[in-house]
Each structure stands twice: as C-alpha cells, then as structure tokens.
Design a protein around this ligand. Structure first.
Ligand code: RIB
Ligand code: CA
Length: 328
C-alpha cells in the first residue's frame, strides 16, 4: 500500500481529497499538514481535522502549517490581495447562500486536536527518521515543504514522489498568468520543483478537463455515504458558481481540483494526456508572478516535471464512487 502525506489548504476540494485518501484501500494516509490558502491556517487546520474525521480518519495526525508564504508578503507590491471570485464564489441553493470555500466547512467537529509540532518541523523529523520512502501530495501553497527543504535538503532522499495540484499551462485562475496555489507562494513552489524529487503536477488544464457534471453529482449522491454526499453537494455548488463566474469549455461542469491528485494515485489511468517538460516558477514581482513556466525548447532549462494536462471525468467519478462506497 502506498504511504502518503497530504499537505492541504482545506477548502472543499481539499476536503474531498482528504476523504478519498482516508477511504482508499490503495493508499495509507499517514499524516496531514495544513497551510494558508483557501482560508487562514487556523480554519484550514480545523477543516482538515473535520474532513479526516468525517471519513473515519480522525486519529490521523494533523500538523498545523505556515500562516503566510515564505517571502512574498514581505514585498508590499506582491502582498496585495487579488480578487478571486471563483475561489470564494457563493451561490444560493434552496434559499441558502453557500460558498465554494467558506472559512469553516459544514462538517461535524472532530474531537481530536491538532499536533503541537509545526508542519515544516514534522517533515524534517519524520523524513530524517523513517526507513521507507513516502509520497507527498500538496494541494495548497507549498510553504511547509519549501521551509522543510530549506531546513534540511537531505529529506529528499526519503520522498518517493511529490504530487501537486497547482500551476496551469493554458488555464489560470487567480491572475491572467497564474494558478492560485503557485501564486500564493511562488518561492516555495520553485524550491519544491527544483528539489530533484520526481514530481507530477495535476495542472489546472488537467483539473478543468475533468470537471464533473449533473450526472456525476447524481451518481455520487446515490452512493449515500457522508463523503459521497459532501462531494455531490460540492459538485452542485461549483457547477452553479463556475457557470456564472468562470464557465468552462464543457458547459455545466465543475472542477474538483484536488481530488484529481488522489484519483491519480489510486489509478493513474485517470490521466489521459501527460507530458514531461522542463518547468520553472516565476518569482518576480510583476504580471507573471507565480506562473508555471513550461520550457518547450529542445535545449531546455528547469526541472523535468510530469504534467497532467487532461483527465477523464467519468473515470474520476468512478474512482470517487468506488472509494466512497463504504461508510468510514
Ligand atoms: O487553483 C485551485 C486550487 O486552489 C485548489 O487546490 C483549491 O483548493 C485552491 O487551493
Ligand atoms: Ca487546495
């Protein structure tokens, strides 16, 4: 069974990724780290605890992570908040205003507290001491990993692969040039990409290509377990928000970004178009800040990264349905 650590800025799609990772028989989720992003880290930590608990993984340790990016908030022109309607979009369902990423997700409170140790320190101690390698899945800004790699670059020896949701080649969201997770801590993303560890990125192009539909929502709702119903509700909110705020090419679909990372680990066949390319992250103060730069030249510069550019929405739904079939 593949051992993974999940590093999340829990939001709804992170919560679905957490629930899938807890439930998947193919994976052993050994720890969770929280980070700033969809909400302040106090909230993402709570959401992480509650999502794990909802899926039956309440005792999996949650390490609270960084509240701020490594560098960018120190530079006034880079710290400016950016309008991101689609990442915090609200919509009304049956008279109730719901949001894609409310500060606190509608989940029962976990009785388990977070760990005392901060996430970056956990990575260093855990990876120094463990015998076997572990896969790290990062679905938020990569501040915790960036800090840990700066503290002790040798921890890379114990990382089998880093699977990331972030960056976009032709698709972006938070700015015209960048996807949110890379934009929120470009330096950390650059450190991770340059770490020498094998890296797979579920790009925004990939997550948009496998947006779920009303039919998928119905299938998930029919499963009837808590994680499946949570996912069905999120598909509904996202479909309505995306159709108003950022319509996708396939009309009426909504991306559940972070879930694709876990689906890919459960069954890599969900990814239908991938390339290996040299990648860098733009850490400059300008309109391309946080951009995933893919070098298509023959003599190319940057870390060789495996990019998922397209994925199969039906397969994604099948994986989630199978994974959520049994109650935790
Ligand atoms: O750009 C999408 C990403 O930003 C997802 O990981 C979402 O949860 C937010 O963190
Ligand atoms: Ca996320």
């Amino acid at each position: 069974m593949r051992k993974i650590i999940l590093d999340v800025d829990t939001g709804t799609d992170d919560a679905i990724a957490i629930m899938a990772a807890v439930r998947a028989s193919q994976l052993e989720l050994t720890a969770l780290c929280s980070v700033h992003g969809n909400a302040a880290v106090e909230h993402t930590t709570k959401n992480t605890l509650n999502a794990a608990y909802a899926a039956g993984g309440g005792t999996i340790p949650v390490y609270p992570g960084a509240a701020d990016p490594m560098v960018k908030n120190l530079i006034p022109s880079r710290a400016n908040p950016v309008e991101e309607p689609i990442l915090s979009g609200t919509t009304e369902i049956n008279g109730v205003v719901v949001s894609i990423n409310p500060d606190l997700l509608p989940l029962k409170e976990s009785p388990y507290p977070p760990q005392e140790k901060p996430a970056a320190l956990f990575y260093v101690e855990e990876l120094r001491s463990r015998e076997e390698k572990v896969t790290i899945v990062a679905t938020g800004a990569m501040t915790n990993l960036g800090l840990a790699l700066r503290l002790d670059p040798r921890i890379t020896e114990k990382i089998e692969e880093i699977v990331i949701m972030g960056g976009g080649v032709q698709k972006t969201n938070i700015t015209a040039a960048a996807e949110a997770n890379f934009f929120k801590d470009p330096e950390a993303a650059a450190i991770v990409l340059d770490s020498g560890v094998p890296i797979t990125i579920c790009t925004l192009d990939g997550t948009h290509s496998c947006g779920l539909t009303e039919e998928h929502e119905k299938r998930l709702r029919g499963v009837g377990t808590l994680p499946a119903i949570f996912t069905a509700n999120d598909v509904r909110v996202r479909r309505e928000s995306y159709s108003r705020l950022q319509p996708l090419e396939r009309e009426g679909t909504a991306p559940i970004h972070d879930a694709l990372c876990i689906a890919y680990l459960i069954d890599p066949a969900v990814a239908t178009r991938t390339v290996t390319a040299a990648c860098k992250v733009d850490c400059s103060d300008g309109i391309s800040e946080g951009r995933l730069q893919v070098d298509g030249r023959h003599f190319r510069e940057g870390a060789e990264v495996h990019l998922i550019l397209e994925a199969d929405p039906d397969k994604l739904c099948d994986i989630l349905v199978d994974t959520f079939l049994e109650e935790g």
